[in-house]
Design a protein around this ligand. Structure first.
Ligand SMILES: C=CC1=C(C)c2cc3[nH]c(cc4nc(cc5[nH]c(cc1n2)c(C)c5CCC(=O)O)C(CCC(=O)O)=C4C)c(C)c3C=C
Ligand SMILES: [Fe+2]
Ligand SMILES: [Fe+2]
Length: 319
């Protein structure tokens, strides 16, 4: 009989190797060439990407990365490695990390497990809310690895965990710690990464999954729709993205008398450029500039104990 040896592959988006224009350009080139992320016909997109986006965006974004870079590297990678190590301590299954773009690659993560004799991959993309732009890109990445091989392990892909009780409990705990430390704000704002509205019109249920998380957390915290609101951040390009936009909302709150907000980004399992810079630097500035008085950013779940325990539950349910 063929033996069964499961192993866990944690996947996240990926990040540049260094906060330099050259490294950011390499990363953005791979990321923004993925049709799951930008689906403009290649004949139109490639000249725009190579001629305008990469040369203009890379130096600007490299400076933003430099402002959040940690001694050990890019925050997303630092926290992802801590998650991998913490989960590995709680399970007897081998655990590896692979990124959709950049390093360590999905390929290196898969091979690390196969070299240890793993016959069944339990793939956990660390995106709590499914989107075709993230989770389906992981699916494509796995397919690309095995399309040229004569072997194929069993593969179980965890689609998402937007309403998992362990996830909601970890978020609740994090919010309550923030309330205890800073006081209860006028508004708790949940800011999710956006996607083009068109993707949702074509069937991507990402916005629904975000709403499900928000509804569960509202119920867990006993907050109403005025006290706990949700928005979408990180818009890219000209077409409409999911609304309401985080930046416009944050700018509009002070004139409604809302002076103290706390912001959390439940769609990010690890802190990264989009939370540490876009939320905690840019949107803080927008709020204070518009007349807001107190702004606190609630960190991502990162390697919080409850978060790692939730990951353990998720992968154990696939064993
Ligand atoms: C161009 C379209 C983009 C889509 C669609 C998109 C979806 C999406 N992204 C995340 C999570 C992350 N995105 C991050 C950075 C980032 N995202 C885009 C563009 C799209 N994302 C860009 C161009 C960048 C790079 C930074 C920049 O140039 O502005 C990150 C952080 C990476 C890091 O290194 O810290 C994460 C995480 C989700 C969850 C999502 C869809 C739901
Ligand atoms: Fe993104
Ligand atoms: Fe951004």
């Amino acid at each position: 009989m063929r033996q069964d040896k499961p192993g866990v592959l944690l996947v996240n988006l990926g990040t540049p190797d260094a906060p330099t224009p050259a490294a950011v350009k390499r990363y953005l080139k791979q990321f923004l060439s993925d049709k799951r992320v930008v689906d403009v016909p290649r004949i139109i997109w490639w000249p725009v990407l190579r001629g305008a986006i990469l040369p203009l965006r890379s130096p600007r974004v490299a400076k933003l990365y430099a402002s959040v870079w940690m001694d050990e590297g890019s925050p997303l990678l630092v926290y992802s490695k801590r998650q991998r190590d913490a989960l590995a301590k709680l399970t007897d299954m081998p655990v590896a990390l692979g990124m959709s773009y950049g390093n360590p690659s999905l390929l290196s993560g898969v091979d690390e497990l196969l070299e240890q004799g793993v016959t069944r991959l339990i793939v956990l993309p660390l995106y709590p809310q499914f989107s075709s732009s993230t989770v389906s890109a992981v699916w494509d990445g796995l397919h690309d690895i095995f399309r040229s091989r004569r072997t194929l392990p069993d593969i179980q892909l965890i689609r998402d965990y937007a309403t998992h009780p362990g996830y909601i409990a970890a978020l609740k705990d994090s919010v309550e710690r923030s309330f205890a430390q800073h006081g209860k704000p006028d508004v708790l704002l949940l800011s999710y990464h956006g996607i083009p509205q068109r993707f949702a019109n074509q069937g991507d249920d990402y916005p629904l999954r975000c709403e499900h998380t928000t509804a569960c957390l509202r119920e867990a915290l006993g907050m109403n729709e005025d006290e706990l609101i949700m928005t979408f951040q990180s818009r890219f390009g000209r077409e409409p993205w999911l609304m309401p936009y985080t930046d416009e909302t944050v700018k509009s709150l002070p004139e409604k008398g809302i002076r103290h907000i706390q912001v959390m980004s439940p769609g990010f399992s690890a802190d990264c450029l989009e939370t540490l810079e876009e939320i905690n630097e840019q949107n803080r500035e927008f709020f204070l500039h518009a007349g807001g008085e107190k702004f606190e950013y609630i960190p991502a779940l990162n390697d919080d104990e409850l978060h790692i325990r939730m990951m353990l539950q998720l992968v154990n349910s696939e064993r």
